[in-house]
Design a binder for this molecule. Structure first.
Ligand code: C2E
Ligand code: CA
Ligand code: CA
Length: 630
């Protein structure tokens, strides 16, 4: 339909031939109006250049592949204007890019060499240059020595959306001439068609690639904008609104939405002012890319600007809220040579900022390498497992009232052929990251049962062994079955208990509760490990099937020097007792700590005061000397 209407217009336009190429008279005589004075000089960028470039980026057209719709409209322009050259030219920062072209051999030309940068400035319907020889700085061979010379130019600015001109639909000829009024109208009409086409596509993309809440690009749109912009260098930054979650729980999600929208608007303004790309990744998380900006300059100026803008209060209904932020920053291509890499680097910087509770952190190779070190360690850990280099050590748990051993905790060690005993802090995180923890955990379980049976064979009162269970093990479908099989095969009911941390449970509480319930049905008690370090919430203990709480050693160790810590320990003990749970204090190193714990009614203690973790044989000797109570 569109095409038929245009085809008719084109026919009409080319039917009424103008004072044509063949009948040219000297231009000085033909040109009634004087040349526009600005053409004597190469063009200055428009006043709203940043906004205009942002608009151009939003169209997402720069450096995209062939496009049949645009090609068709450009061919129609050439036909209607009887011009050997025509193009859809987008005026970017430093160049004009020929999205579709007829008779023009090159894809782009320097912005300052072409006439399109002038055409986008015109307040008229179109810019017509009847003879380019009269423009002193213009080189008719700007498209190369073998191209047709450009002696005539007529370009209609493509005013898309908000009215800023992103480029032109232009026709050119190798001889001086003018367009007829009919040709002008047709060229103008075709330009409007190009605009509608581009705008329609943009709107479609907005529908599919824009985050509805803020109107910002989503990740995939951000990615394609980055691809189109092809920056040589720059800075990527994640911005996280730190308390969106809390604001949402306290005031409702609509208040949080309003805050996110206002933050997005502030980020958009900063981005537009600096020619940056901005997108929203998830709820309170935004990504920005500042092309051409050096990391140091970003940290010194832009980061402060961003943080200050975001620190201003947000108005949501009656409320006036503030929301602190975290920034994670990485440099392109220094910290990552592709968008994915640099965004990963910015993400690891953001994690660093969160961990350090700082507003901003820059990418730090040594920190980021931790993850890859884990994966480099994996083959060695597998080999260690195959060679039986993981061994269990056992640390006694003491009944504070009687002083007797009431259990032991199994603590894994790596008997490294060269390095000797390697502590778990050096490899347990790697086991968890790589998923190897499940296999090593199964191995620890078998060893524990074997040791338990051995102590019994030696005639000792074997204490219950507590196994540390990692989050990945809890998630495993097979975990409970393996536990049941191992206990059944070893004939050692009553030999085991498990310890899990709060953070391992909190991810999927309902599933965790179900797993723990089944574990307890096997006669295996459950303890919460490192209590106080994670979510520090006793509230959820009520809903979990557990038997014991282990107060983290950092509280225990400060309890006799700092009254605040003493209060925490006291409250933990009384609350746990109210819930019918036993309390174990970890890391007891001094007699003063032990006597305070006794005073506060703590049930058991574990720590260097009583014994460091011991090998199987060492523990057997200790059991001989000081029998465990059953
Ligand atoms: P955890 O479960 O909190 O283990 C207690 C840690 O405190 C042990 O460190 C133990 O040696 C140490 N410790 C005991 N008494 C004292 C004391 O009086 N003072 C001080 N400062 N420390 C004391 P270890 O053996 O290095 O284990 C570190 C962590 O590694 C464990 O913390 C646990 O999270 C993990 N881990 C150890 N073995 C295993 C295992 O078999 N499986 C899993 N998933 N994790 C394990
Ligand atoms: Ca433990
Ligand atoms: Ca612990």
């Amino acid at each position: 339909m569109l095409e038929t209407r245009f085809a008719a217009a084109v026919r009409r336009a080319s039917a009424r031939r103008p004072a044509a190429v063949s009948s040219m008279r000297p231009l000085a005589v033909r040109v009634a109006r004087p040349r526009p004075p600005q053409l004597l000089l190469p063009p200055q960028p428009p006043a709203d250049e940043a906004g205009r470039l942002a608009r151009l980026r939003e169209l997402g057209l720069l450096d995209t592949g062939p496009d049949a719709d645009c090609d068709r409209l450009v061919q129609l322009a050439a036909l209607a204007c009887e011009a050997p050259m025509a193009m859809l030219s987008l005026v970017g920062e430093g160049r004009q890019w020929h999205k579709s072209r007829v008779g023009v051999p090159v894809e782009h030309a320097p912005r300052e060499h072409g006439l399109c940068a002038h055409a986008i400035l015109t307040a008229e319907r179109l810019l017509e240059v009847p003879d380019t020889a009269l423009v002193p700085w213009f080189d008719p061979q700007l498209y190369g020595p073998h191209s047709q010379p450009v002696r005539f130019y007529a370009g209609v600015p493509l005013r898309c959306g908000d009215g800023s001109a992103v480029g032109t639909l232009c026709v050119m000829d190798q001889v001086p001439r003018r367009l007829t009024e009919a040709q002008r109208s047709t060229l103008d009409m075709l330009a409007q068609a190009v605009c509608s086409q581009l705008e329609l596509r943009r709107q479609l993309r907005v529908a599919t690639q824009t985050d509805r809440l803020t109107g910002l690009p989503n990740w995939s749109h951000f990615e394609s904008q980055f691809g189109a912009a092809r920056p040589a260098r720059g800075v990527a930054a994640f911005v996280r609104l730190r308390t969106v979650g809390q604001i949402s729980s306290a005031h409702g999600f609509r208040v949080a939405d309003a805050l996110i929208q206002q933050a997005a608007q502030r980020l958009r303004e900063v981005a537009n002012a600096h020619g940056a790309l901005v997108g929203r990744v998830k709820r309170g998380l935004f990504i920005l890319f500042f092309p051409g900006v050096e990391p140091q300059a970003f940290e010194n100026e832009l980061a402060t600007q961003l943080v200050e803008r975001l620190a201003l209060p947000y108005a949501a209904g009656e409320l006036n809220l503030v929301c602190p932020v975290n920034l994670g920053v990485a440099a392109f291509p220094r910290d990552g040579r592709s968008l994915d890499e640099v965004v990963n680097a910015a993400d690891s910087a953001l994690q660093l900022a969160i961990e350090r509770e700082e507003t901003m952190a820059s990418f730090d190779k040594t920190v980021a390498n931790v993850q890859s070190v884990y994966f480099r360690l994996e083959p060695k850990l597998r080999q260690a497992l195959a060679e039986g280099e993981f061994v269990n050590h056992y640390q006694p748990k003491i009944d504070l009232a009687t002083g007797r051993i009431v259990g032991v905790e199994a603590l894994v060690r790596w008997e490294h052929p060269q390095r000797g005993l390697v502590p778990p802090s050096e490899f347990v995180p790697a086991l968890e990251s790589t998923g190897l923890i499940a296999e090593v955990g199964a191995h620890t379980l078998r060893r524990a049962l074997a040791d338990w049976n051995r102590w019994r064979e030696q005639g000792l009162a074997a204490p219950r062994i507590a196994l540390n269970v990692a989050a990945a093990q809890l998630r495993s479908e097979r975990f409970v079955e393996e536990l049941a099989e191992a206990v059944g095969a070893a004939g050692a009911a009553g030999a085991l208990s498990i310890e899990v941390t709060e953070s391992a449970l909190i991810v999927d509480m309902r599933r965790a509760a179900e797993v723990l319930r089944r574990v307890r049905e096997l006669g295996i008690p459950v303890a919460i490990d490192d209590f106080g370090t994670g979510y520090s919430s006793l509230a959820y203990l009520v809903s979990l099937p557990i038997d014991e709480v282990k107060i983290d050693r950092c509280f225990v160790q400060k309890s006799n020097s700092d009254p605040a810590y003493r209060d925490v320990v006291e409250t933990c003990i009384s609350l746990a007792h109210n819930l019918g749970l036993k309390v174990v204090a970890e890391g007891v190193e001094a007699e003063s700590q032990a006597s305070l714990l006794r005073e506060l009614g703590c049930d058991q203690a574990q720590g260097f005061l009583y014994s460091a973790p011991l090998s199987t044989e060492q523990l057997a000797r200790m059991l001989q000397a000081a029998p465990a109570s059953a």
